[in-house]
Design a protein around this ligand. Structure first.
Ligand code: ADP
Ligand code: MG
Length: 252
């Protein structure tokens, strides 16, 4: 005869409550030791399954985000970069800007932490189960260009528009010709007042004509990005050169 215990285990497996099934012995011990009621015990068992699924889902969401590294706000040394307002970054981490469909632009030279901060906010968003995606500007444009050639630009634009938060890294590192600028404009135009975008760039807005090779398109893009945006200008030293600078100072 199959024991009650085994039948319960089979039921859990049939219902695909894998974690609950795996943890059954532990949970039974806990229930016995603490003399829990039926409701409390069942809650305990289902909590084990729920916690496991939530953790897996969070991991999956972060993975889908395609972040260049896993670095969070807690890993950012605000003392090193005093031009960054910690309270403002923590405010971004609470994700109100996503509900307001606002954008964030991180502006500054290489190594000051633009990608780190954008990624950290992106990870916070993914952990809250918002569809979030990180992409380098150049790769994004290559994808749009390829889609256009293959007559599926609209699908691709729809695809990028489904992200509640899209992070476009390194705008302006490579020039973008007029045709490609139009593709980029279409993406920005669809997301405008509809979804949040974070952009990192080393180029001041006044010089965006130089990135997009066409002042009218550049203007239309800047307009839509900045209309509802917080701009974080970082003017400090490169963190990449930190150790080098310290060595140099101690040599002086
Ligand atoms: P940027 O995108 O501005 O060129 P990154 O964000 O890629 O710079 O930063 C370069 C490296 O230095 C990354 O590994 C990042 O995590 C680290 N970094 C930058 N600023 C800080 C900081 N203030 N505290 C801790 N790590 C930092
Ligand atoms: Mg960067």
């Amino acid at each position: 005869m199959i024991s009650t215990y085994q039948r319960l285990k089979d039921n859990l497996e049939y219902l695909k409550l894998k974690k609950a099934s795996e943890s059954l012995d532990e949970v039974i011990d806990f229930i016995t030791a603490n003399e829990l009621s039926f409701t409390e015990g069942l809650l305990r068992l289902t909590d084990v399954e729920m916690d496991h699924r939530k953790t897996n889902l969070i991991k999956a969401m972060v993975k889908v985000g395609a972040f260049p590294f896993i670095k969070e706000i807690k890993d950012f040394d605000f003392d090193f970069q005093p031009s960054v307002n910690k309270a403002q970054i923590l405010e971004f981490e609470s994700l109100g800007f996503i509900d307001k469909k606002e954008n964030i632009v991180f502006l500054g030279p290489s190594g000051v932490g633009k990608t780190h901060l954008a990624t950290a906010i992106g990870i916070a968003s993914a952990k809250k189960r918002n569809a979030t995606y990180f992409i380098k500007c150049h790769d994004l444009i290559m994808q749009l260009k390829k889609a256009k050639l293959e007559n599926r630009l609209d699908d691709r634009l729809k695809h990028f528009n489904k992200y509640k938060l899209l992070i476009i890294d390194e705008l302006g590192y490579l020039p973008i010709d007029k045709e490609d600028s139009k593709l980029f404009f279409q993406l920005i135009d669809r997301r405008y007042e509809n979804k949040s975008t974070i952009i990192t760039t080393n180029i001041n807005f006044g010089e965006w004509d130089g990135i997009f090779g066409d002042p009218v398109i550049a203007n239309a893009i800047v307009d839509r990005i900045l209309h509802h945006a917080k701009v974080i200008s970082i003017s400090g030293k490169s963190y990449r050169l930190k150790d080098h600078l310290i060595k140099k100072e101690s040599n002086d």
